[in-house]
Design a protein around this ligand. Sequence first.
Ligand SMILES: Nc1nc2c(c(=O)[nH]1)N[C@H]1C(S)=C(S)[C@@H](COP(=O)(O)O)O[C@H]1N2
Ligand SMILES: [Mo]
Length: 348
Amino acid sequence: MLKPTPNDTFVLRGDNAEMRTERLAAHDYFTPTAEFFVRNNNGTPRIDASAWRLRVGGDGARHPIELTYEELRALPAVTLARVLECTGNGRTFFGSVMGRPTPGTDWKLGAFGVAKWTGVPLATLLAMAGTSPETVCVMPVGADGIERPMPIAKALEPDTLMAYAMNDEPLLPDHGFPARALVPGWGGIASIKWVTELVVSLNPIHTDKNTHAYVYAGDGYEPEPPALGPATTHGTLKAVIALPYPATLARGRCAIAGFAFSPFDRIAAVEVSLDGGVTWQRAALTGPNIERAGTRWTFDFDAKPDLDGIAARAIDASGNVQWAPHEQRFNALGYNYGAWVVHPVRVV
Ligand SMILES: Nc1nc2c(c(=O)[nH]1)N[C@H]1C(S)=C(S)[C@@H](COP(=O)(O)O)O[C@H]1N2
Ligand SMILES: [Mo]
């Protein structure tokens, strides 16, 4: 990682940086780039934009193309707000809630961020390369060797981008400079950073990242050779509380805030429970509420000394409801923990 990762903003986990969720209280709608989580499999490469090229080729591309950084930025672009969440966000709760720890980065709930992304729709690049109608799969290749295929239908969604700017600035090296895929709704691994090539393929492609990692394995998930199980796709909806983990509150009237997002839609409601999920009360949604990006929320209550935790759950406009801990399905590699979480809070 190259950007500063101050201790009051991030928890470092190897070459990964988790945003401290209390930082949400200080943010406007967007997560500042300096505070955006970083997830690197192999470290941050430094790429010289003047020597960099983006190739779009493969057996599904009837006329492969190669673009410079300037050529990419000269194409018609879109700018949109979207959440990016690591597929492993919340992994620690497989251990602490289900009693079944899983390998991998032991994130709490801070492996997500919401940015304003600018880039060229993948659909535009695929059309320029004469993508055959028989194409089944598109795979961005990262300069660090990380490859994660997606079906052509996902690549053609209008908000799937080759992004080159984040919050109105060129991408930072840690976030994929000069260009990264942005695959809204899907777990972060699909949003390959430092892309040098888009492989357009007439056949399914198998890489480590859709056969042995980022797959649902174990506990009744069937192997799909050569994969250990079904590949992860979309993330889960979540409401995250803007408090330190664990938190201490002063007794009396208290206002908490947070952020909620869904990989499918806008947020319809956020509910808060002060009794471990027995009863729920509505939080107020504030500011923008954008599909596949989320919304801020606030909740006022009387903090009493017997409180021992606060849970928040999201409900989206498609009717998806964040599920209860006992409804969480286990998978051996610890992906997509989506149940609501009791945030530990002590009142003094
Ligand atoms: N080339 C490349 N792309 C990558 C990764 C990586 O290690 N290498 N990590 C992925 C994962 S697992 C996530 S969660 C997101 C994180 O994006 P960020 O570091 O910009 O927050 O990038 C994805 N893209
Ligand atoms: Mo991730």
